[in-house]
Design a protein around this ligand. Structure first.
Ligand code: EPU
Length: 338
């Protein structure tokens, strides 16, 4: 049987979370397969545990006194290749952007708009990562899991993952009960450019048209221009989710603020831009001690250097309060707070 690769005790998490906060974990185990997980749980992992993937969507506000499980498996394999459709399995430990590059090199469409999203494949289904008019759920076919209760391997097809905007079954019913080990994606050889979001079309045309490579480069350039590099300025991408409000609330706000960005949802409600709300509440570029609201994208909170998780959380609460006072809208955090 395969053995866990590495185990650490009292390990610093600073290099393992993109906010770069200095916290420790009592124990951290890197695993590859469901068999590794079974061995681990069989040996009596009764204490508190959690999965830490790339650490790009988490804020540690204290030391973690249990066991952290981190996937490090690296395989990408073609499962099924039938002309147009290609089914690909990627292990949970693969860097998300490496998978995107792998697909682009092979002429496979479906995840190119998700270029440069930080994190690993195993985390992609959890919050259904999304950007520039595309979501992981558009390409996910099946998610492979280790079931903690039974010790069995299971897989769920996409229809049973309850995918929504930054939502899935893994954040709710299966939280603490299943650990993702691999994900299957259905990609396509037929070009399917999605250029409708913001500046994407212009940036793609500027590069000579809608090839996979040009889309990947255009999206990467747009992201680099707006989102801070975590190796320079600790952050976890969007700290807040865009709020979804009822149509009447959206109309009331739009009457007062004609330039309010509104994205109608299929259920009749309306998604608003939290970044715009924070910006118009006067918080873009705001700084408080060692933390701040990013100056080019107000949805992103940044560690200006040496901040604790508690300092970031205090800023988040301040931002939420200001938005509520100014617009009467509650914005929820997207980042996992531990
Ligand atoms: N806006 C402002 N000020 C700001 C930020 C945004 O006025 O500081 C306005 C923009 O002008 C635009 C609207 O708000 O009219 C939306 O902004 P943007 O297109 O930048 O997207 P977003 O809603 O702020 C979402 C995702 C990002 C993703 C982008 C692009 C969420 C929580 N965030 O941001 O995802 O990259 O769309 O698709 O849904 C992430 O989840 O970590 C992330 C970065």
């Amino acid at each position: 049987m395969h053995i866990m690769i590495r185990e650490f005790h009292h390990i610093s998490l600073r290099a393992r979370n993109s906010f770069r906060v200095e916290q420790q974990a009592a124990r951290l185990v890197e695993f590859e397969t469901a068999d590794d997980l079974r061995t681990l749980f069989d040996s009596g992992l009764s204490e508190r545990w959690t999965v830490l993937s790339g650490g790009n969507n988490v804020l540690f506000t204290a030391d973690y006194d249990g066991t952290i499980l981190t996937p490090v498996s690296q395989g990408i394999a073609v499962l099924d290749d039938r002309g147009d459709d290609v089914c690909v399995r990627a292990d949970a430990g693969v860097e998300w952007d490496d998978l995107v590059e792998w697909a682009v090199v092979r002429g496979l469409w479906g995840i190119e708009n998700l270029s440069l999203i930080p994190g690993k494949v195993g985390a992609a289904p959890v919050q259904n990562i999304g950007a520039y008019g595309c979501e992981a759920a558009d390409a996910i076919e099946r998610v492979h899991l280790f079931c903690v209760e039974s010790g069995a391997r299971l897989s769920l097809d996409a229809a049973h993952c309850a995918f929504g905007y930054r939502e899935s079954v893994f954040k709710h019913e299966l939280k603490g009960r299943a650990i993702i080990t691999a994900v299957d994606f259905r990609l396509s050889r037929t070009p399917r450019p999605k250029l409708g979001y913001g500046d994407v079309e212009r940036e793609v045309e500027a590069r000579g048209g809608a090839t996979l490579r040009n889309i990947r480069e255009a999206i990467s350039a747009i992201r680099r221009a707006k989102l801070p590099d975590t190796t320079v300025l600790g952050n976890a991408g969007s700290f807040f989710k865009n709020p979804v409000v009822d149509a009447a609330t959206a109309e009331r706000l739009a009457a007062e603020h004609p330039d309010l960005p509104r994205y109608p949802a299929p259920d009749g409600r309306v998604k608003l831009a939290a970044g715009w709300l924070i910006d118009r509440a006067g918080m873009k570029g705001y700084r408080s001690g060692r933390v701040g609201v990013h100056e080019r994208q107000a949805l992103v909170l940044v560690n200006l250097g040496g901040a604790t998780g508690a300092e970031v959380l205090a800023l988040a609460r301040e931002v939420q309060t200001r938005v509520r006072e100014r617009f009467g809208i509650a914005i929820d955090t997207e980042v996992n707070i531990l």
